[in-house]
Design a protein around this ligand. Structure first.
Ligand SMILES: [Zn+2]
Length: 366
């Protein structure tokens, strides 16, 4: 789900190392000859022998040791299934290429609701430890390289220097928050995956009126990603536009693509952020776009009226503005909405043209 493509920062490799640690642990836990009673913090230190022992000790606090022990106490089938599914899900590019089939934990063999909850808590805590205020103050690797949530967001900005636009809503990114594209409560195995962490605006991350923990996957099984945008794997194409219907003050925005498959993904994106599955949908994204379009229309009318002359028709001035907004797409907040307002004028929609009616300006050329 993203209107704008994103580039992974180089420090994504450090998140991959966290995923590597998790894989190493799950592999050790999947050993059919494992004696569960031997699993404790010292055992974890043995598995992660290259990490600082004190760091590992702190990692095991906060209930992590008990969660690892609970996994160790599961059947060999459950432990192997967990390890296999972890590896499968964390190969995100390949998974997206083949349509997803994201499995819920308690759909895996021998994993009941209790064990699924324990595994979920384990991975959620792994992610929480990325916070600099957590008990490990982020992750530190051999050689001194370290990563925290805050640092990762900063590196994202470095990798995407023009990134001030929220990839979900096209609005101002502000102080970015990291969204789990596939929420960690349902897909905990991806809690630390760089392919699943997206810097978005605070408004889009709102759990009560925006995306929050809602899942950008088709109901399953299989839970397919085919009909959904993905910030890295399947962003919207350059051909995607917003179309406005209604009057310029209360326009109804709709994402549009000439490609029917992409249109389905766009509709799902809009549906997700507007929360149309709710009895009282917030229509949060639509309302923000309606307001942005209305505000921009006023600005545009003033700007065009000031500059219009016999040599500079309304049409030519709006056309220039449209091209500017198209060029700024993904670089300036609300460029897609602003372009939509220009297009509505160029389409000679009467509700839009009447605002220019009182001036002694040339008519739009037909
Ligand atoms: Zn947003």
């Amino acid at each position: 789900m993203a209107l704008h493509p994103l580039k992974l920062p180089t420090s994504a490799s450090l998140l991959c190392r966290i995923v590597g640690l998790q894989k190493q642990l799950l592999k050790a836990l999947s050993d059919p000859g494992l004696a569960p009673q031997t699993v404790n913090a010292a055992w974890v230190q043995g598995v992660w022998c290259r990490l600082d022992a004190e760091w590992v000790r702190k990692f095991c606090l906060g209930g992590q040791e008990a969660r690892i022990q609970a996994i160790a106490g599961a059947t060999p089938t459950a432990r192997k299934g967990l390890y296999d599914e972890f590896r499968r899900q964390n190969n995100v590019p390949a998974l997206l290429r083949t349509g997803g089939d994201f499995r819920d934990l308690n759909g895996l063999p021998d994993i009941d609701a209790d064990l699924a909850a324990t595994v979920t808590e384990f991975f959620k805590d792994c992610y929480a430890l990325l916070g600099q205020a957590g008990r490990t103050k982020g992750y530190t690797f051999p050689g001194g390289r370290a990563i925290t949530k805050w640092g990762y967001k900063e590196r994202f900005r470095d990798a995407n220097p023009t990134m001030v636009v929220c990839p979900y809503c096209d609005g101002d990114l502000g102080t970015a928050e990291l969204d789990h594209y596939y929420c960690k409560s349902h897909f905990p195995l991806l809690a630390c995956s760089p392919w699943n962490l997206v810097p978005i605006c605070k408004s889009c991350n709102d759990t009560t009126i925006a995306k929050g923990d809602r899942i950008a996957l088709s109901p399953g099984p299989p839970r397919s990603s085919v009909d959904w945008l993905h910030p890295f794997g399947c962003p919207a194409s350059d051909g995607v536009r917003i179309q406005l219907s209604g009057n310029p003050r209360q326009s109804v925005p709709q994402l549009h693509s000439f490609d029917a498959n992409e249109q389905r993904r766009l509709d799902n994106h809009h549906w997700l952020l507007d929360r149309l599955d709710q009895p009282n949908p917030s229509r949060y994204l639509s309302n923000r776009w309606t307001n942005a379009a209305s505000a921009h229309f006023d600005v545009l009318v003033g700007r065009v009226n000031r500059r219009a002359s016999a040599a500079n028709t309304i049409q030519s001035l709006v056309q220039i503005q449209l091209e500017d907004h198209q060029a700024e797409r993904g670089r300036t907040a609300s460029a897609i909405v602003h372009a939509a307002v220009c297009q509505a004028i160029l389409d000679q929609r009467p509700e839009y043209l009447e605002e220019f009616g009182n001036s002694n300006l040339p008519e739009l050329s037909q």
